[in-house]
Each structure stands twice: as structure tokens, then as C-alpha cells.
Ligand binder design. Structure first.
Ligand SMILES: [Zn+2]
Length: 255
């Protein structure tokens, strides 16, 4: 029988918690007065619902930032999960990963239906509202969630130190730039970025440094770019600072 593990819990404030699942993926619980939101569920080896229920007794809503297996994996604990259905083909592909399929079979659980979530939708938790914003790039259906009250942007794999745009499903560097520029009018609405693989909050500087590094890459400034190994493959990566960050991209920047 598969042994479930428990994520490490880091309180962000009195109603938001970061759940670090073995440094493999990060999920969040955001509680309002009436409902609580679960943002992502990691790879499926934790019962994220049980963890959330230990933090809040409110009814739970599950939202996926995108369709990758390390974010939708634990959806099995919920009756349904929201997602931008542009990522449905990708999610179906990931659900077929042998590791995920075997895990679910051992747990005797299955995936719930996905329900589409629209760009601009506001999820009202009672006193806390999260606005859904599409950010196609890492995947076609990537979303971010803006909590203006807490001044936090939950950015999934769309805005993070090591951005992966090399995957077959990823869009071009130009598309990622366009997606991030669409957020520029909201840039003053958040100070903190909580992404899908962090162990602690990042500052707004992550947004600024990532966007300028993307623009630098789009201009063709690739002289310092390096080989980057991932899952047995090699792609090009554009390093940027601080702390030696990376944008991993396809062979052609315009791909
Ligand atoms: Zn991802």
C-alpha cells in the first residue's frame, strides 16, 4: 500500500499557508470567512485536502494553476477541480504518467472532473477575493491568482526564478513577454509572489527581473546562454541575476 506523505506547512499570514511537498512542488491554502481555496495539489502523494482541513473547517475549492502532473496530482482528494481547460489535453497526458496512474490505483482513488475557469473571474472567499488572470507561456492554460487584499500574486509555474519555456507545450518567449506585460497595470497591486516551487515568498523584483531578462533574450542577447539538462534532455538556458536564475527555452526563441 502506498504510504502518503505530509507536506511541510509554512504560515504566510493568519489565513494563508504554503504547503511544501518534499521540495517537489508547492501548494497553498487561502482561507476567507466563508470558503477556503486550495491552489494546486502537488504530485498526488499527499492528501492535500486532509492537510487543508487541519488548517480550516471551511468548505474547500480546488484550483489548478495549470495542467502539469506536479500540480494536478493530488486533485484526487476533491470532488472537482477548476482549471483553464486550454490545459485539458496536457492534464490528460499527465494523468497517464505511469507514476501517477499506479499511485492512484494503489490508493483506490480517481481524478475528479475539471471545470473551466475564465480569465477575470473573481473567486470570493468572504473577505478575501482572488482574481484569475491568464498567463499563457509555460503552458497554454497557465493562470495566476491575484489577492489584492494581501498583496500577493500566486503565480504557479508562470513567474518563478527558473522559468521553463522549453517544454513541447510551452509557448514562445514572445508570448510569455506579452502575457507578463498584460499584468503590468496590476504590478502595483502585489508585493509578494508565491509560485509553484518555492519554499518562501519572493518579492516583486522577481517579476521585474524575469521580464527584463525575457526582453533581453528576445533581443537575441544569447552570448552567455548555457546548456541546461532536464529530464534527460538538453535545452538552452538564459541566465539572469540575482542568484543565477534561468529562463530555459526552445531552440528557436520564436518557436
Ligand atoms: Zn509546470
Amino acid at each position: 500500500m502506498l504510504e502518503l506523505r505530509k507536506p511541510e506547512i509554512l504560515p504566510i499570514n493568519d489565513h494563508i499557508w504554503l504547503l511544501d511537498d518534499n521540495h517537489e512542488a508547492t501548494c497553498y491554502v487561502v482561507a476567507g470567512r466563508e470558503r477556503a481555496l486550495i491552489i494546486d495539489t502537488s504530485i498526488g502523494l499527499c492528501n492535500i485536502r486532509e492537510t487543508a482541513e487541519a488548517l480550516t473547517s471551511l468548505p474547500l475549492i480546488c484550483v489548478n494553476t495549470h495542467g502539469h502532473g506536479d500540480h494536478i496530482g493530488g486533485n484526487w482528494a476533491f470532488e472537482k477541480a477548476f482549471m483553464n481547460l486550454a490545459d485539458l489535453p496536457l492534464a490528460k497526458e499527465c494523468m497517464d504518467w505511469p507514476e501517477l496512474r499506479e499511485g492512484l490505483e494503489q490508493l483506490h482513488v480517481s481524478y475528479p472532473p475539471f471545470e473551466h475557469i475564465e480569465d477575470g473571474r473573481v473567486i470570493d472567499l468572504g473577505g478575501v477575493e482572488l482574481e484569475v488572470l491568464y498567463l499563457p507561456g509555460h503552458t497554454p492554460g497557465e493562470i495566476v491568482l491575484l489577492d489584492r487584499q494581501d498583496r500577493i500574486l500566486f503565480s504557479g509555474d508562470g513567474i518563478l526564478e527558473h522559468l521553463w519555456l522549453q517544454l513541447p507545450e510551452s509557448l514562445s518567449v514572445a508570448a510569455q513577454i506579452e502575457s507578463m506585460k498584460r499584468l503590468l497595470p496590476l504590478r502595483d497591486s502585489f508585493d509578494i509572489i508565491l509560485h509553484g516551487h518555492c519554499r518562501q515568498p519572493a518579492g516583486i523584483e522577481l517579476f521585474d527581473t524575469l521580464l527584463s531578462a525575457l526582453e533581453d533574450l528576445a533581443k537575441g542577447n544569447t552570448a552567455d546562454d548555457i546548456d541546461y539538462e532536464w529530464l534527460g534532455q538538453v535545452s538552452k538556458a538564459h541566465p539572469y541575476q540575482p542568484n543565477d536564475r534561468r529562463i530555459v527555452y526552445k531552440d528557436s526563441i520564436d518557436a
